[in-house]
Design a protein around this ligand. Structure first.
Ligand code: NAP
Length: 655
């Protein structure tokens, strides 16, 4: 497989004025790091200017106005010189200098154990660092009869397909939908957009310097994934409108036999050596368990199956739920409807994000495309800022007993800061101030990015926030605990997904006919979210305990998972074995550690109920540690943790 080069920069040919205008939009710590590459002057990151980690600041690392002015002047001079010399770069910085540049841009003293992880994320050599080369070194004769079935053509499934194709492994993808994109195809509710900055929320090897927004809308995300599917030529291997019913492991031949409903309404069995599930955690809408829900005579729909044929204009609408989906659609529909009742059981924590709906300026796009390494450092900054930089703020102090709505000193600082932010937007509305202030620790649930539109909507005269619990749905509306009857024309359920019912409604039968859902008994577990004992050659992406609350993007996890799965396939194919299975002792010991660590995070607090906890109360969704630990654990599988068997059952050693 050829190394995949990431986007190269274009030479600078623009005028001084154009360069200056672009610099005015720059993220300056990233620009200064880029200037080290452009000028060869390592002193730029060792002088007086020292950005700080400013999660809630203006994003410029706390630089003073004088420092901002001098940096811009210096950048202009450097880029002019670079342009006039034909856009040629001097000798590139040493590893030691790059290490200093990391601290500089992050505004933090990055611990040594993070360095290889962040070096890979930076990928300064322009090579796709997560592309695995072990599989393509295996002779084609060994690979030719090996086939993988990927379930799901969303972000993770496409990624699996890209990597399998690059490795020369035959694969088929099935998806119940009509097109690729998964959640980004299905969720079309008004206001749907990503809540991770797009310059981070994109495949590491497929950056897009033309994102129109910092946080792009659903159609743009869907377009990105469609384009990726086209660019990598994946479509001919994808079978759309093909839904998996059941997959059964044939132990004798080490094969998975997967029964699917096909687009033409028939059933078919697909045979493969391995199965990768990439169905997401948030794909099956959940309706609330409210008495009388089926009796309502008006219109209803769930946020994930938005009924665009229903005109909400002039209607009385009830919206149930105030999670990330409702948070986005409520401000969109509020101006349209006659009256909106927002039924809130738990208030969301709002994370101040002034640029949440902003377009990306032309200057930024220019910098990303023209200034060598600017895009790299900008992504690096976002990565650090939004990943392990914030982790300590959501960690629980076991001795903390001051309040129930925080879990430690740092978490309490965050609580106070976010409370001030919310309350400050609701001057003169004490009832809303009380309703909108969460009573659980920040980080307990995913906070929502806010630029003021949410509380702006709740303040509208035609919007009422109802905190009185719903006890019943009637043919004409809703009844609350206090006995109030609210009649409406439409009920919208922003009530989330059956997230902890992993892989349902599909059925998987493993070794000895063991049923996966019976084995899990409502408490899904896996080793590193990927493998489960008794289910050889079944690999999950976005499986149990691989979700993140505050730190990072799911794309990062998927890239780690698929590399790990490739490593497992490599072990299998190199050994000549037919089946690879995680040892139960390894799986069990890992899960004990996961549970102990999740209990020490805000989302593990007993004062939080969320979709991260399953019906047994266990946090089955979230990864409890910093991202660096997932990266380290999944770089390559440890052969000692797996059993590799020949199809007929005779053991062969993993190599
Ligand atoms: P969610 O976070 O699970 O929110 C469901 C909401 O419905 C909660 O407010 C919940 O209240 C409420 N609810 C459930 N049953 C109820 C009942 N019987 N009565 C009253 N309220 C009830 O679902 P979501 O908003 O669809 O978001 C799910 C996840 O999807 C997010 O956490 C995020 O990871 C992802 N997401 C991301 C984006 C983005 O990137 N921009 C957008 C949307 C979703 P409680 O909190 O009290 O349970």
């Amino acid at each position: 497989m050829a190394d995949v080069k990431v986007l190269a920069v274009q030479p600078i040919t623009e005028s001084d004025a154009q360069i200056k205008a672009a610099i005015d939009e720059a993220h300056l710590p990233s620009l200064i790091a880029a200037l080290v590459h452009v000028t060869g002057d390592a002193g730029l990151v060792q002088g007086e200017i020292k950005p700080v980690y400013d999660f809630f600041g203006d994003g410029q690392g706390g630089l003073t106005p004088e420092q901002i002015a001098s940096t811009k002047a210096r950048a202009l001079a450097a880029l002019k010189t670079y342009r006039d010399a034909g856009s040629k770069l001097p000798q590139q910085p040493s590893r030691d200098t790059v290490r200093k540049m990391m601290n500089f841009v992050a505004g933090a003293d990055i611990p040594e154990r993070y360095v290889p992880f962040l070096e890979e994320e930076l990928a300064l050599d322009g090579v796709d660092p997560k592309a695995v080369h072990g599989l393509d070194e295996i002779p084609q004769s060994r690979k030719k009869d090996f086939r993988v079935l990927v379930i799901g053509a969303g972000m993770s499934g496409l990624l699996a397909a890209i990597r399998l194709k690059q490795a020369g492994i035959a694969y088929t993808v099935v998806d119940k939908n009509k097109d690729v994109g998964g959640t980004w195809m299905v969720n079309t509710y008004p206001g749907c957009r990503v809540d991770n900055p797009n310059h981070l929320y994109s495949y590491s090897f497929e950056p897009n310097h033309d994102w129109p927004y910092h946080f792009s809308t659903q159609p743009l995300l869907w377009e990105y994934f469609r384009k990726v599917a086209d660019k990598y030529g994946l479509r001919q291997n994808i079978r759309f409108q093909t839904e998996v019913i059941e997959s059964e492991y044939d132990e004798l031949h080490a094969l998975w036999k997967t029964r699917v409903h096909t687009a033409d309404g028939k059933e078919e069995t697909l045979v493969s050596n391995a199965v990768i599930t990439a169905v997401g955690q948030l794909s099956r809408p959940r309706l609330p368990d409210i008495k009388g829900i089926e009796t309502f005579k008006g219109k209803t729909f769930h946020s994930a199956t938005w009924d665009h044929s229903i005109d909400l204009k002039g209607k009385r609408v009830a919206s149930i739920g105030t999670g990330a989906s409702a948070f986005q659609f409520v401000p969109e529909i509020a101006p349209e409807v006659k009256q909106l009742y927002v039924f809130q059981r738990t208030a969301p924590w709002l994370g101040p994000t002034p640029n949440y709906h902003d377009t990306v300026g032309d200057g930024i796009k220019w910098l990303l495309k023209h200034v060598p390494f600017y895009a790299k450092w900008y992504r690096f900054w976002l990565f650090w800022m939004l990943t392990d930089g914030i982790y300590e703020f959501v960690k629980a102090d076991p001795k903390w007993d001051k309040r129930k709505d925080s879990v430690g000193e740092q978490n309490d600082m965050l609580r106070q800061m976010l409370t001030d932010y919310t309350v400050g937007q609701l001057e003169g509305r004490p009832e809303l101030q009380a309703a909108a202030t969460p009573d659980y620790p920040p980080g307990g649930k995913r906070s929502v990015r806010d630029n003021g539109v949410w509380l702006g909507a709740l303040k509208r005269p035609n919007v009422e926030t109802v905190t009185d619990p719903i006890v019943e749905i009637t043919p004409t509306g809703l009844k609350t605990k206090s006995g109030r009857a609210i009649d409406v024309d439409v009920i919208i359920y922003g009530t989330g997904f059956t997230a902890s019912q992993f892989l349902e409604p599909m059925k998987f039968k493993g070794k000895g006919g063991v049923d996966l859902h019976q084995q899990w008994d409502g408490d899904a577990r896996a080793y590193l979210g990927v493998t489960v004992p008794n289910f050889p050659n079944l690999f999950m992406m976005y499986g149990p305990n691989t979700n993140i609350v505050v730190n990072g993007s799911i794309i990062f996890f998927s890239e780690c998972e698929v590399r790990y799965i490739q490593g497992l396939l490599e072990l299998l194919l190199k050994s000549g074995g037919g089946a690879i299975e995680v040892k139960k002792s390894v799986h069990d010991a890992f899960n004990v550690k996961v549970d102990a660590s999740n209990a020490q995070m805000a989302w593990g607090s007993p004062n939080v109920t969320s979709w991260y906890k399953n019906k047994k109360g266990r946090v089955s969704q979230n990864w409890p540690w910093p991202l660096v630990d997932y990266w380290t654990a999944t770089r390559a599988p440890n052969p000692a943790e797996f059993e590799v068997r020949a199809p007929a059952g005779a053991k062969v050693a993993a190599q």
